[in-house]
Every structure is written in C-alpha cells, then in structure tokens.
Design a protein around this ligand. Sequence first.
Ligand SMILES: O=C[C@H](O)COP(=O)(O)O
Length: 239
Amino acid sequence: MKPLIAGNWKMNGLAASLLEVEKLGGLMGGRAPADRDVLICPPATLLAALAARAGAYGVFAGGQDCHPAPSGAHTGDISAEMLADAGARFVIVGHSERRADHGETDALARAKAEAALRAGLTPIVCVGETRAQREAGEAEAVVARQLAGSLPQTGVFVVAYEPVWAIGTGLTPTLEDIGAMHAFIRDRAGPEARILYGGSVKPANAAGILAVANVNGALVGGASLKAEDFHAIIAAASP
Ligand SMILES: O=C[C@H](O)COP(=O)(O)O
C-alpha cells in the first residue's frame, strides 16, 4: 500500500510559510517520490496558494476541516466543494482538536467525511483515545466507538490514529501498542483504507513507526512546519 505522509499545519502559517513548500520541493529534488504520497494541509487562508505551489512538486494539498453542507448560511465555515475548488484533494475530519475545541461528535465527523466524498475529496478520519482512557484500559473501546460512528458508509477514506496524549507532547505509544491498535483498526476499516499514525512523529522516530505493520503513513503536526524535518519523515517512509 502506498504510504501517505501528511502534514497538518494546524493554525500556523502566514504567506511567508509558503517558502517551506519551495524548500521541500528542492529537498525532494523537484518531485515527490513516486512510491509515496505527500500531502500538506495548511490553514484555509493559504490553501489555494499552497495547492498551486505544491502541485508543481507532485505534493497534494488538503483542508483541515469542512462543513457537511455544500453551501449556505454558515458564517465562517468552508464546504468540501470550496476546498476542492481551491485545489484540495484531501480533508482532515474529526481531529481531536476539533472534537475538543468545537464539541464535534462522531456523527458530525461522519457527515463531514461523506461531504468530502461527495466533493471528490478523500477524507482523513481521525480517532484516538485520551491518556485517561488508555490508563483505564478503554483505548480499543473508544477507538471502536469512534470508528463505528465516524467512518463514511462507502467510499475510499483514510484513517488517522492519533492518541490524544501523544499530540504535541513528544510522547508516543510503544511500537507494539501502535501495531496492536493499527491491527485493531484494520479489522474495522477494511483492507483498502490507509491507516496513518499521528502524534509526535519526528525525524528521529519516523522510520521505526512507519515500519510497523498496518501503519500506512503518518499525520504530522509540528514536524511538518519545517521543510527539513518533514522531508526527513517523507524519506523514512518505505512502501
Ligand atoms: O494532526 C497532527 C497531529 O495532531 C500530530 O501533531 P504533532 O505531530 O504536533 O504531535
């Protein structure tokens, strides 16, 4: 399965950050490797400009969120169709930061994933347990519930397993725990879904994580902001 290395810039980046895309293009020798997919999900303000620049290097652009409706009276929201119109090919839905900051539910994540498919985008559906849930032995039950409620009923989708306690903390699960959870997700998401690991992926740990069975790529936050770091993670992904 072709690995997908996805950068999520979150609420970071001004126009000058587009220079990182040029740097990344240079580090890749002018073109993303053919045997892996590379994606950057910038803030919506940069999406169209980034899509144009990244496309020249064979790098995909994506949104970080979308509204379930195609258009309408939803001030401040952006539809999947608008993301596609701006050059996006993917969109992240149900990220734990959306779930925590905006009270997003599994049902809403599913509606957004289905909106993405309607617009011709591939949704990246995020799941993952909190520290308290893992310590209580509930990690698999939580992820199972999120998958059952959030995955679209049909279509090609990507799942991102992101333990909440690993995001931005420098902590990661053991490789055994990552492997166990990805196998658990594989059973529920089906053989076609790419399953990404996310949570403190860095150049130093990427090769180990990406070599785990059923890890088909990474969803990278902080380390995707710097072209050198993101490139090292891309280089660590072996198909
Ligand atoms: O979407 C990306 C994740 O939340 C991971 O973020 P991080 O790599 O900064 O831990």
